[in-house]
Design a protein around this ligand. Structure first.
Ligand code: NAD
Length: 348
């Protein structure tokens, strides 16, 4: 019998790739999303992969009532205020959605007899870690509201995990790659879009920070792995990425320029260094997942995938200022600010 999986935040950048992955694996996807960044087209396009789609805010009681109409095998929590700049601008709401409501949903899922909970966490919780390759037992050093919200959620999730309620926290590297709901506020996506649209790649920092990246297709395959994996641990945090796809930002920029003809490169060597820099140890995932789930996309494959995607979309040259392609700009300019009002959905 097919598994039933509830995916919260299934209409975002990762969710729109994940829906298809799960559906192709004969998993019945039940989606819930406030559709912050979408439009009617995304909803109708994604319908072919979902058994049911709820459009609603997780913080809203009615959404939650509609959501528990089925008995799920697993719940995947992707909903988030999903990067550092947004976390800085909307810090309370970031803690609320990424942390408190994640816990709230997990508690509810446990009560309803769901056996598996997958949390989309982030390697950014290691903070500055450019020399010592932190593994899952290393100290966490979250430097931003976004990273702090993920650390908070993990701690609380660990406390409620049990033999019958298994939680896997996937600490993803920075995402990249094409998606039906593309975002360009991610480092490689930004570099490729700049190269294609402006024939120039501009690195806004000195480019020395290290970043592990992971393609959104590989993220989705990992979530599928997590849904099916029988863990010996009730709470399993695990780094998701690969050493083959970890470079300094300036090297990613050079690779983009080398692969896209007639493009120039500038690096702001005089600008302040981006203090977030990390190389991460991905050996646990390699050991547990085996070859079939280990990331398949490297830099070159991801750059070519993004080139195709960007060429086929109507993206303005100055996309860095655009609501459509930058999450923060969208939230600041488009969303009814009510949704970001931290007092509206306070948990009792
Ligand atoms: N993109 C990355 O680089 C990356 C890296 C590591 C981890 N992650 C995590 O993976 C997850 C998915 O990331 P993404 O890039 O798809 O983000 P995204 O911003 O594209 O999508 C998040 C989705 O969640 C929905 N959402 C947000 N708050 C909601 C609420 N209160 N109720 C209902 N829906 C809500 C939004 O409408 C959006 O569709 C996030 O948890 C993110 O922190 C992402």
């Amino acid at each position: 019998m097919s598994k039933k999986v509830l995916v919260i935040g299934n209409l975002g950048y990762v969710g729109c790739v994940l829906n298809k992955h799960l559906a192709n694996d004969d998993i019945e996807v039940f989606g819930l999303d406030a559709n912050w960044f979408g439009d009617d087209k995304i909803i109708s396009d994604q319908k072919k992969y979902t058994k049911k789609q709820i459009i609603g805010d997780i913080r809203n009681e009615i959404s939650q009532q509609n959501m528990w109409s089925e008995k799920y095998d697993a719940v995947v929590y992707l909903a988030a205020v999903s990067n550092d700049p947004m976390g800085k601008r909307f810090s309370n709401v970031t803690h609320e959605i990424n942390g408190e409501y994640c816990l709230n949903i997990a508690v509810e899922a446990k009560k309803k007899g769901v056996k598996k909970f997958i949390f989309a966490s982030s390697c950014s919780m290691y903070g500055i870690a450019d020399n010592n390759f932190p593994n899952e037992n290393s100290e966490l050093n979250p430097m931003t509201e976004y990273a702090k919200s993920k650390v908070w959620a993990e701690k609380e999730l660990e406390n409620i995990s049990s033999d019958n309620f298994n939680i896997i926290s996937l600490r993803f590297a920075t995402a990249c790659g094409s998606s039906p709901k593309l975002r360009l506020d991610l480092v490689l996506n930004d570099l490729v879009a700049s190269a294609i649209l402006n024939k120039h790649v501009e690195v806004l920092s000195d480019g020395t920070p290290w970043r592990p990246l992971v393609h959104v297709e590989d993220m989705s395959r990992t979530i599928r792995w997590g849904i099916n994996y029988n863990s010996e641990k009730n709470f399993l945090p695990i780094n998701i990425g690969s050493k083959e796809f970890t470079f300094q930002i300036k090297d990613f920029a050079k690779m983009v320029v080398d692969n896209i003809p007639d493009t120039t490169l500038s690096i702001a060597t005089d600008k302040a260094v981006d203090s977030r820099s990390y190389k991460v140890d991905f050996s646990l995932f390699e050991k547990l997942s085996g070859e079939s789930f280990y990331p398949k996309f490297d830099s070159k494959k991801s750059i070519f995938d993004l080139m195709e995607c960007v060429k086929n979309l109507d993206i303005p040259k100055n996309f860095r200022k655009s609501n459509t392609w930058m999450r923060l700009k969208h939230l600041e300019n488009n969303i009814h600010l009510k949704l970001m009002d931290e007092n509206l959905y306070k948990l009792k």
